[in-house]
Design a protein around this ligand. Structure first.
Ligand code: GLU
Length: 329
């Protein structure tokens, strides 16, 4: 029996456009407002971008609008820690387990035996930032964080100053997390510096197109399909994708993997990336989020595209992109 799921670029393009036009007028969800800047972003912005392994891009809607990367930066910094220390040390010093709790949970740190759990929640991300090299040198760490995100995205990224200021005056919960980690020896550099770098990395501006290239780079095992450069060693792609699959959509990641089947990571600004290993990277941007912090239209769009193409990472079929008209067996 043929276990291939053959899809053409044309089918993928149609699925992306259908999702965009079908969901464009959906008004569900609400912009995040605990960071004042995010509440002011136009709630009707909507874009979907796909990056294929040969660098071809499919884009529709507002894919050039710069928005705050927020939690999706956690994926990039996890990659940096993997590059600097390897997966064994990441597992030891941070962990790779879902907390089942909100991304900014203090309780999760207490319940998980004083462990930050995973670099994809706030505690683990602040811990990850504290590990970024060169330890003790804030300027050097910041340069490393920005360079890494730019390499993953295939082009420069810069800070949205207004967002950074807005986050800095409202991040009391994250400050509590940073100092709690300090008391458990789970922060590996100066806590206030680590908190500030974390806040800054969340405030970097990116576009849906750039994020789809980051997702495409992970899907291609660390090779950036648009620049032709290797950003990280192939052995880390499975580690990063596992982190996405276990906790990428906050406390609803289990439901997400069950119903949609693509490892993904969302951020409270309304961005979401999806990684289908070897096939494509995808990003959606639509600011209104649900109560857990996941973009409403982003989730619907990804699900519709995956369903339309008969894709699910665990369906036992091998997705194959073909050039000719596909015949699905
Ligand atoms: N900067 C945000 C925070 O720390 C990121 C949250 C997110 O996107 O999940 O609250």
């Amino acid at each position: 029996m043929n276990r291939d799921r053959r899809i053409t670029r044309e089918e993928l393009k149609i699925a992306v456009h259908d999702a965009y036009f079908g969901l464009k007028d959906n008004k569900d969800g609400k912009n995040a407002d605990y960071i004042p800047y995010l509440a002011s972003v136009d709630k009707d912005l909507f874009g979907i971008a796909v990056c294929l392994p040969d660098g071809e891009m499919i884009t529709v809607g507002d894919c050039s609008y710069r928005f705050g990367i927020e939690s999706i930066s956690k994926v990039a910094t996890a990659i940096l820690v993997l590059k600097d220390y390897g997966s064994g040390t990441l597992l030891d010093m941070i962990g790779a387990d879902a907390t089942g709790m909100p991304f900014n949970s203090v309780l999760a740190i207490l319940l998980e035996n004083e462990h930050p759990s995973t670099p994809l929640v706030n505690a683990g991300a602040i811990s990850a930032v504290s590990m970024v090299c060169p330890v003790g040198n804030g300027r050097g760490k910041w340069d490393a964080i920005v360079k890494n995100i730019a390499e993953l995205c295939g082009s420069e990224v810069t800070l949205i100053d207004e967002l950074y200021r807005s986050e800095s005056v409202s991040n009391h919960n994250n400050r509590a997390i940073a100092w709690l980690l300090k008391s458990y020896n789970r922060i590996y550099d100066e806590p206030e510096m680590s908190l500030d770098l974390y806040t800054r990395q969340c405030s970097l501006g990116v576009t849906a197109t750039q994020l789809s290239i980051m997702a495409g780079t992970i899907a291609c095992g660390g090779y950036n399909p648009t620049t032709g450069k290797r950003v990280f060693d192939e052995i880390y792609a499975e580690k990063v994708t596992s982190l996405l699959a276990s906790v990428g959509l906050y406390e609803h990641t289990g439901d997400w993997m069950f119903s949609c089947g693509i490892p993904a990571k969302s951020g409270v600004s309304g961005g979401i990336i999806g990684v289908l290993p070897g096939i494509f990277g995808i990003a959606v941007f639509a600011p209104p989020i649900d109560s857990s912090g996941n973009s409403v239209k982003g989730q619907l769009a990804l699900k519709q595209i995956m369903d339309n193409l008969g894709l699910h990472i665990f369906n036992g079929k091998r997705a194959v992109m073909v050039e000719e008209k596909a015949v699905t067996l």
